[in-house]
Design a protein around this ligand. Structure first.
Ligand SMILES: [Zn+2]
Length: 395
């Protein structure tokens, strides 16, 4: 039987499945076909929750005597955008000048294709590693992430699955393969502030209470001073205002209401809870300030609503895992990867509750873009990195 040792072939099969979240699109069936001949036992649980679409996921395990490594990823992809703008159709897996085109080529069907090729080569050459390998693959990473990794981890753990380490195959490299391993992620919280004022004539401000002034007072307190200067492993925490809405069409009317939303990416000097407390504290103190509201006796009347679930900050400290991966990257690419905690959140934030987790995949330059594509040479290189990592980690 022919084993799936060629990452380009594996990737082409996956790209041809139009698995835009939440559609399975045939991608998990394609994975199953690759994993069966390698001796994996496969489950495909579907998870549901009110108000979100059902999502199918895949858990595959190849059992052996020794430690257990979990590879995690997702087969769902973001929408293609303007299909006519693509040089090659987004689900065609066309190869042009040594690059394979397709939605998900780097984020992250490519990473999955390479990992499977690496396992297949290991099985072909040595009969497989001395230990267990599992693939935890969700179809809900690019969507609401509700019926995906979180539930799949709970589902597997409730069946007695235990992992010693996890490798997430998301695209982590900014420019070249070998640039960067992610060993942690910043946390993220978001909220909306609403300030209620009193509507009135712009020429008679003393009869009104301008909520824009109130909102400026509060926002000023959120931006100053900065939260911290960064830590050994993380960049400084940062707050970005993402909306500032008044929605007032008139220039001679003081509006009744103003709202603003913000998102904070925070480092390990904070937890979501301590940072939320800091925000409440700053707003309460600022509400009485006069800078923008001279002559006002009453404090700014506001309401703060936290949005979504907080994402918690984490940092992986596991020398065996990090050294095996960094060493494999150095050996194959000649590059010493930066150990980084930059960027957005990923499903690693859920996995860290079960075992140490690191992330390494392809170069992320074209992810989510029109003409997402990956050089075939890079697929081969990542496969070799994963192969070396399997050899070293299972040692
Ligand atoms: Zn991704």
């Amino acid at each position: 039987m022919k084993l799936p040792t060629d990452p380009a072939e594996n990737l082409a099969a996956l790209i041809r499945c139009p698995s835009v979240t939440p559609a399975e699109g045939g991608a998990l069936t394609a994975l199953e076909a690759m994993l069966k001949p390698l001796g994996f036992a496969i489950d495909r649980p579907t998870f549901s929750e009110d108000g979100t679409p059902d999502v199918e996921n895949l858990y595959a395990r190849r059992s052996g005597n020794g430690p257990h490594l979990m590879f995690a990823g997702h087969t769902d992809v973001v929408p293609v955008g303007d299909e006519a703008a693509w040089k090659h159709p987004p689900f065609s897996a066309a190869v042009d000048k040594g690059e394979m085109y397709g939605r998900g080529a780097v984020d992250m069907k490519g990473g999955i294709a390479c990992f499977i090729a690496a396992v297949a080569r290991h099985v072909e050459a040595h009969g497989g590693p001395k230990g267990s390998i599992s693939l935890l693959i969700t179809g809900d990473e690019e969507g609401p992430s509700i019926n995906g990794t979180v539930k799949l981890l709970e589902w597997a753990a409730s069946r007695g699955e235990k992992w010693d380490a996890s490798l997430v195959g998301e695209p982590t490299n900014p420019d070249a393969l070998g640039d960067m391993i992610k060993i942690g992620r910043r946390g993220s919280i978001s909220a909306t502030i609403t300030v209620n004022g009193r509507q009135g004539h712009a020429a008679y401000p003393h009869l009104a209470d301008n909520p824009v002034r109130g909102l400026m007072t509060l926002v000023d307190a959120l931006l100053n001073p900065v939260f911290d200067k960064g830590t050994k492993d993380f960049q400084p925490s940062n707050l970005e205002l993402t909306t500032f809405d008044v929605g007032n069409p008139a220039t001679n009317v003081i509006p009744a209401k103003a709202t603003a939303s913000f998102n904070i990416r925070f480092n390990d000097s904070w937890t979501a809870e301590t940072l939320q407390a800091e925000i409440h504290n700053r707003l309460d103190k600022a509400s009485g300030r006069k800078k923008y509201r001279k002559g006002r006796k009453e404090p700014v009347e506001f309401e703060l609503v936290w949005r979504d679930r907080p994402s918690h900050v984490f940092l992986t400290r596991n020398d065996k895992l990090i050294d095996a991966l960094a060493g494999s990257i150095k050996r194959v690419t000649g590059r010493k990867p930066k150990l980084s905690t930059t960027g957005g959140t990923s499903d690693a934030r859920f996995i860290k509750d079960y075992c140490p987790v690191v992330e390494f995949g392809l170069v992320g330059k074209t992810m989510h873009m029109v003409d997402e594509r990956v050089p075939l040479a890079e697929l081969e290189q990542l496969t070799q990195v994963y192969q070396q990592f399997l050899a070293d980690w299972f040692g």
